[in-house]
Design a protein. Sequence first.
Length: 430
Amino acid sequence: MTSQIHPDKHPVPHQRWLRIIPIAVVMYILAFVDRVNVAMILPYVNKGLGLTSDDIGFAAGIFFVGYMLLQIPGGILASRWSAKKVVAILMVLWAVPAIACGLAQDRLELYLARFMLGLFAGGVWPAVLVLLITWFPREERARANALWMTCLPLSAILMTPITGGMLAVMSWRWVFILQGLPPVIWVVVWWTWIADHPAQAKWISKEERRFIEENTAAEARAKPPPAGYWRAFTNPVVLWLIVAYFFWMAGFYGLTMWLPSVVKSFAGSSSASAVGWLSAIPFVFALIAMVINSIWSDRRMKRQMHVSVPLALGALALIGGQLVGHRPMLEMLFLLVAAIGVYGPYGPFWAVPSSLLQAEVSGAAMGLINALGNLGGFLGPFVVGYVRGRTHSGFAGFMLLSVFLLISAAIFLFIGSDKEEGTPARMEAV
């Protein structure tokens, strides 16, 4: 393998960490708001539109049907054209259905708005991952991924109490409308501050530009030449990543969407604002776990155990939370551990595809993984909603979520990605 310059041996400025990551974090917090706020808002929509538990689960999950459609096109456009431009266009487009959720007059209009919201938000994730590949070499990538993906727990930490507070003083319609406006403002910051490549950034030093370009070039030389998208899509590791991500997302979104309802069940008659603050606590621990796990993974240059172990831990916590009975402190403790488990693997997981595939096809492959995998985001909330509607209890639904997480953990444990990543020359014509 071609040698690479390691940042520990050749210290260089780290302006990219201070510029790219924070702007991308804020951008995706605004995108993820529409997956976090719905968990808080839908119980109140129930009063206005007469939604059943099945309807609430379907409204939460239909987002992910639309979400899958632009994943691959978004990754391809980001790789071949511009990640910066793809994200900027989609930011403006997703704001429209986000606002429309607050204008829905019946459940069908709400479903349509949620579907369109997922459609336009769908291309953002692979586009940003392509951007990070350009700016952060392989030895830094799990950390870069995880620091950017702190937007997921940060969004929950910030938006659950904010949404709860807003619901206490205004209608659910105005909450949807006001929370749909910020992307239209932030797109100006994104367009002004973000560059697709180091060569296009006027703010970066020559030393940092050389470090990035030499390391990414060496990484590309160490991989076999690309042989088209079809070979990338049919690569066994990519296919297993799709299956693992599907079951992970089923457990992840099942927990995320229904967590406020669980908190409300043991918080009693507490206000929406109090439920929001309590619901934010698990995500603080999730954020810390994401960063620590990704740093540890980069130092070891191992990914499998750093994905499988947290997922298994999260599954066991979901099971434990259903067995302790109505004991608020213990229930909250298990929710903390579950959040750590489902959020912790993000950085190491997304470091795998870019380490195995050439940049020309990795964007499309990551889009495919995210598209098909996120269909689990429909399954998880819908299953929990369906079971709650039939049994008037979350027990069976959360037990199913734990099974989904255990399946994902088992798949990733035996996927062999660490071996493949360490010997990229063995990846035939990907």
